[in-house]
Design a protein around this ligand. Structure first.
Ligand code: AHG
Ligand code: MN
Ligand code: MN
Ligand code: MN
Length: 289
């Protein structure tokens, strides 16, 4: 019930965020802890999620890609404080400039952050495309909703229950510049690009949503210049791994499930590979593991 409340709060707040993006497309002077320039929209969305999520009694702490520390809830009474939420307030926020897909990512952990992916009790993303959809993994199943305003409230209309990856994969999307890919990953990519169609849009959740819909593989691999890759374990890697694995697929950092990666720092990066099981098995074999 309380996890549902967290998911519903993120659904409602995400619609509010979506509706307020137009006037917040410019960059601020600040950088986030990953060294990325922050848009007005990144900072504003982060503050809204912080306020709304810490208002829920079962939420013990809030962390996001856009702030350095974990914010503990201040409670005077009856908060059981079980859940530690990690949010990417806008995933793919650079797409705001070009008006391409982007959205919100949520991980609900039942241990203090940084936490292992195995400690996720729920994960979700909200995708701002032509429609606003939300994909939620909880209690061993994945559900896709369409979010719509209904007067003052937000309706979460179920469109797909028990979502699973299709058996015959057709799409792939790989981040990073090709000359920066390690040889093992480049060999894998050379094979995959002869078999599947490229779908890459610069917002992980949008690209992963294509993989969930059509089957395939998304990766932001470790790079020569940055072996840990670009994406962040707590806010990005773990939640999508949890969703894809719950939908019957696999995730990997190159050697093991992302859910088994030991978290050391809140903003720690990790190579991300998610998709159909046999495509991720093949990746690990090609990388030599
Ligand atoms: P964010 O906007 O939260 O910083 O995340 C951007 C991430 C991810 O969504 C996407 O897969 C990747 O960065 C795109 O990076 P490139 O621009 O290097 O392709
Ligand atoms: Mn960012
Ligand atoms: Mn992101
Ligand atoms: Mn972000």
């Amino acid at each position: 019930m309380t996890v549902e409340r967290i998911v519903r709060t993120v659904a409602e707040t995400s619609l509010e965020v979506r509706e307020g993006l137009a006037g917040r497309r410019g960059y601020e002077d600040e950088e986030n802890p990953s060294g990325e320039k922050q848009l007005a929209a990144d900072l504003w969305a982060d503050e809204l999620f912080e306020e709304r999520l810490l208002d829920i009694e079962s939420v013990a702490a809030y962390a996001s890609e856009e702030r350095s520390g974990v914010v503990e809830a201040e409670r005077t009474s009856n908060g059981d404080g079980r859940y530690h939420v990690a949010v990417d307030p806008l995933d793919g926020s650079s797409n705001l400039r070009t008006n391409n897909a982007m959205g919100v990512l949520l991980g609900v952990y039942d241990s203090p952050l940084p936490a292992r992916g195995r400690d996720l009790v729920a994960s979700a993303y909200v995708l701002f495309g032509p429609l606003t959809t939300m994909v939620v993994a909880v209690d061993g199943s994945v559900t896709e909703y369409v979010l719509e305003r209904d007067g003052k409230s937000v309706e979460m209309r179920t469109v797909t229950e028990e979502l699973t990856l299709p058996d015959e994969p057709t799409v792939y999307g790989f981040g990073g510049r090709v000359p920066d890919w390690p040889a093992g990953f480049e060999n894998y990519a050379r094979e995959i690009e002869t078999e599947l169609k490229l779908r890459y849009g610069g917002a992980m959740i949008a690209d992963v949503n294509q993989v969930l819909t059509y089957g395939g593989v998304f990766a932001y691999p470790g790079l020569e210049s940055r072996p840990e890759g670009k994406l962040r374990l707590q806010f990005e890697g773990n939640p999508v791994a949890h969703i894809v694995e719950t939908a019957g697929g696999r995730s990997s950092d190159g050697e093991r499930s992302l859910l088994d990666v030991t978290p050391e720092r809140i903003h720690q990066r990790v190579p991300v590979h998610v998709g159909n099981t046999r495509l991720i098995d093949r990746l690990e074999a090609t990388l030599g593991n």
